[in-house]
Design a protein around this ligand. Structure first.
Ligand code: ATP
Ligand code: MG
Length: 253
C-alpha cells in the first residue's frame, strides 16, 4: 500500500463499520522520560464540535493536548491519533500543524521583538494559510489597532487574542486551547468567550482545557474528565454542569 493510500484507511477496531470520527484518538500512552503520564486516553470528536477536557491540577490535560499536537514531550509511545483521515501519530509537530492542528499553549508564546502583525506573518510562512489579516482584524479589532506594537507589550487578554488569531491564521481543523481564560480579569474573559463562541459558530472543531470548568462547559458540546492520566467520565457538557457529584469528585467546583 502506498503512503497516500495508507492515509485513507479508516481507524481500525470496532468503529470499522461506521465512518471514522473527524477527530479520533485511542489508547494514548505518553511519557516524560520515564514518567508515565498519559495512560490510555482515547476519545472522538465530531466535526464542528467543541470538547471540554477537564480535571484537577496535574490530571494530564496539558500533556494530552501536547501529545495530540505532537510536540515531542511527552513522547507518545503507543496509540493512534487521526484528524480528518490523517494519522497525526505518525507526524512531528510541524507536520501536525500543516495538517490542521492549532495549539494555543497556556503561556501563549508571543514572540518577543515582533509586532502583532509580524507574529501573524510568522504563522503564515508555511502553507496552508487560514484567515487573512483583514479577517483577523475584523474579528479582533484590538489587534488591528495594535498591529504595529510589539506583541509582548500587549495586555494579557490581547496576548490571548493574538495567540488565538495566530492559530486561525493557519488553516486550522482542530483548535487546542489550553486555559484560554487563565489570569484574565472577568471582563476580559467575557471578551475571549465571545470570540470563542464566534469560532464555534464557524464550525471549527476544538478542545478547550480550562480551570474555569463552568465557562468551558457552557461553550462545549461534550466533556471529558481526566484523572491520573485516564478518562474517568465522558458525556454531554450539560450533563456535567448538572451533575453536582461529578463536579465535586473530579473538578472541585
Ligand atoms: N515536563 C514534565 N516532566 C515531567 N513530568 C511532567 C512534565 N510536565 C508535566 N508533568 C507531570 O505530568 C502530570 C500531568 O501534568 P499536566 O501538566 O498534563 O496536567 P494538567 O492537567 O494540565 O494540570 P494543570 O491543571 O495544573 O495545568 C503531572 O503529574 C505533572 O507533574
Ligand atoms: Mg495544564
Amino acid at each position: 500500500m502506498t503512503d497516500a493510500a495508507a492515509d485513507l484507511v479508516p481507524p481500525r477496531d470496532k468503529r470499522a463499520s461506521s465512518p471514522p470520527a473527524y477527530f479520533s484518538c485511542w489508547d494514548l500512552h505518553a511519557y516524560y522520560g520515564e514518567s508515565y503520564i498519559v495512560q490510555g486516553i482515547g476519545f472522538d470528536i465530531r466535526e464542528g464540535q467543541i470538547l471540554a477536557l477537564l480535571g484537577r491540577n496535574g490530571a494530564g490535560k496539558t500533556s494530552t493536548l501536547r501529545t495530540i499536537a505532537r510536540v515531542g514531550s511527552p513522547e507518545l509511545r503507543h496509540g493512534e491519533i487521526w484528524l480528518d483521515h490523517k494519522p497525526l501519530h505518525q507526524m512531528k509537530s510541524h507536520e501536525a500543524a500543516r495538517n490542521g492542528v492549532g495549539l494555543v499553549p497556556e503561556d501563549r508564546r508571543i514572540i518577543p521583538g515582533l509586532t502583532v502583525e509580524e507574529n501573524l506573518q510568522l504563522a503564515q510562512i508555511a502553507e496552508p494559510k487560514g484567515w487573512s489579516f483583514e479577517r483577523i482584524y475584523d474579528a479582533f479589532p484590538r489587534l488591528g489597532e495594535r498591529r504595529r506594537q510589539d506583541g509582548v507589550t500587549l495586555s494579557g487578554g490581547e496576548q490571548q487574542m493574538l495567540a488565538i488569531a495566530r492559530a486561525l491564521a493557519r488553516d486550522v481543523k482542530l483548535l487546542l486551547l489550553d486555559e484560554p481564560y487563565e489570569g484574565l480579569a472577568p471582563v476580559i474573559v467575557q471578551e475571549i468567550e465571545k470570540i470563542l463562541k464566534g469560532v464555534r459558530e464557524l464550525g471549527i472543531t476544538a478542545i478547550i482545557v480550562e480551570q474555569n470548568a463552568v465557562a468551558a462547559l457552557q461553550l462545549a458540546d461534550r466533556a471529558i474528565i481526566l484523572d491520573m492520566g485516564e478518562v474517568v467520565y465522558e458525556g454531554a457538557a450539560k450533563d456535567v454542569l448538572e451533575n453536582e457529584d461529578l463536579r465535586h469528585e473530579y473538578l472541585a467546583i
